[in-house]
Design a protein around this ligand. Sequence first.
Ligand code: FUC
Length: 774
Amino acid sequence: MSTTPHRLWYPRPARAWLEALPVGNGRLGAMVYGGTATEELQLSEDTVWAGGPHVFDNPGAREALPEIRRLVFAGEWDAAQRLIDAGFMGIPVKQPPYQTVGSLRLAFPAGEDDEGGEDGGVSGYRRELDLATAVHAVEFSRAGVRHRREVFATAADQVIAVRLTADSPGAVTFTAAFGSPLATGTSSPDAATIALAGRGEDSGGVAGRVRFTALARAVAEGGTVTSRDGELRVDGADAVTLLVSAGTNYVSWRDLGGDPRARADRDLAAAGSLTYARLRERHVADHGELFGRADLQVPATAAAVLPTDERIAGFANGDDPQLAALCFQYGRYLLIASSRPGTQPANLQGLWNDMTDPPWGCKYTININTEMNYWPAGPANLLDCWQPLFDLLRELRESGARTARDSYGARGWVAHHNTDAWRGTAPVDGAFWGMWPTGGAWLAMSLWEHYRFTGDMAALREHYPVLADAARFFLDTLVEDPGSGHLVTCPSVSPENAHHPGDGGSLCAGPTMDGQILRDLFGAVDAAGRLLGIDEELRAGARAAARRLPPMRVGALGQLQEWQQDWDAQAPEQDHRHVSHLYGLHPSNQITADTPELFEAARVTLEQRGDAGTGWSLGWKINFWARLADGDRSFKLLSDQLTPERTAPNLFDLHPPFQIDGNFGATAGITEWLVQSHTDELRLLPALPGALPEGRVRGLLARGGFEVALNWSGGALAEARVTSRLGRVARVRSAADLEVESGDGSPAAATRPAPGLLEFPTRAGADYVLRPRR
Ligand code: FUC
């Protein structure tokens, strides 16, 4: 099979933001339109937020809590909701939004054949984004001159670089200027540079205190460069490198003491000391080091050469399976571009945002969305990209300790369903959506997942306090349910779903998802504390509390109950997009083929909910069906996602509107077709869709410290190569009966403890080749 390049391409410029293509270095990003007469780089910087450092906690919350609990247990949900909305919600009740930097716009002289402002006379146009190099390129001819423009955002040198060239001398002429809804001024600091200064807006009574600066500097070969009153002019150059930098005063969630201009100046000067060729080389190497760690190849059909938007429109025809491989790599590309060590985590739109008031504030919704963003980090071999989430968690431990103390009188830390640049942890958006205390705990499970993939004890030691304090909060706040006697969260919700009509119909005690998350959290704290040899008392408490959590239950319809009570059949929204109680199926491992009744109930639940949903809801269902070992149904959910209704021309997932979680959910789901390790066994091709009979993948990571490469053919495993990083015993499951030898050809000592299970010791650093027994 020849290697298919991973590229998005189009025969015309973008006319709208969702046709433009994203580049990003984790912090600084651009949406590139690829125009010929004009070009727009719509810019984002991940610390440009409205508002400023702020304490969101409601001072009356703690006093209101006993009565809120009483009302919830009494089934007086509407009254409970009124009390929560009046006295428990954060102040203000909405967290401030992430905001756009603005745009850098280039204008080129009109083409000779131009009529009525259209850029006529252009031929041979193509724009593309190469995911392997993270370079955007545009090529076209006009008036006998071939133009090429490249754009990339480099993490190695912290700028966006634009290179404009033409195949005839003196043919590069343009003006460039910044525009921004948040501008406080534009200027020309020197003869080759323009500057934009701006400020984040006030929000809900919180003063806008983020200040930012963007700079653009032209370095021309031949021709002239001038800058006046915020406009840059390049005349008759052979080639031009345009460098864009940006800085803000954001140092951390409670420190705005940075100097935006100094940051932007420093980055521009450093990048400006390198040639374009060198900047590009450093960028391609840096990106490639991450991107190249994994690859998925399936045979390309004729449809694979079509423009990307046509491929999306035609995916339902079933003749373009390679688009699934492109989606897999696009999610990896987007995570690399929006989440690098030292940056903010990927938000609801990753990094890219052209609005001052984007949907849901483009924040961190942590009742599914932010978690989903990071599902690919382990399996798709992007461990480094996880770091911003761990930094966020370290900070939430601090801000959430105040909420735990002031709103609940508890130790530890808590975060509800949403957070932001200011690390807000109080409940927000109203009781119906926001009264969910388990968001921080779910997010914190990523720290334990990191250990499961890496076995990294130093990281575990560093992360442990976040996990331990998350558990302490629940040890202090779980209450005994007067009905069931179990230890439950109260008040809580099963994210965003109502069990009864009425204002307070979402409020409840001990929803199934909370029990599942806390079972995981307590288990992780117990296991981590044991590995580190610390905290025996906390561990014992966590074990005891875990035993008293409500069990998962099968309801009258054969479904997994979403709540302790069998309310599912009467819930007002039977097809609700959240399927929170299947957390136990994915991402957790509490529901597997080893718990057959729950496994079947999870399947029944998914059938009852139906396949329809928002982009991220479909993304989660791709993963659910893969865990249920139904590759065809899982593929069908990807197909439902890959329609013009749910996927934009630029392959951004649509809620709608654009929300990036669906992209990451799809990438994670595709890894689940090929390799699963949630039970600490390596499952090879556990859910291979019939639509992908041939293919190969390399670089997938599995829990236990394994890296896996696979070839398959005729829908069956041909060969697997397992690299052991930690030297642990490998337990491998596959449909075929396998035999194993060491990568150097020597036999490996394997046993078959159960049908379909092969077990063998490994050495750290060694490879093992597995093939079906003949
Ligand atoms: C949750 C979801 C919505 C949306 C929002 C950002 O509230 O229920 O569908 O994704 O997050």
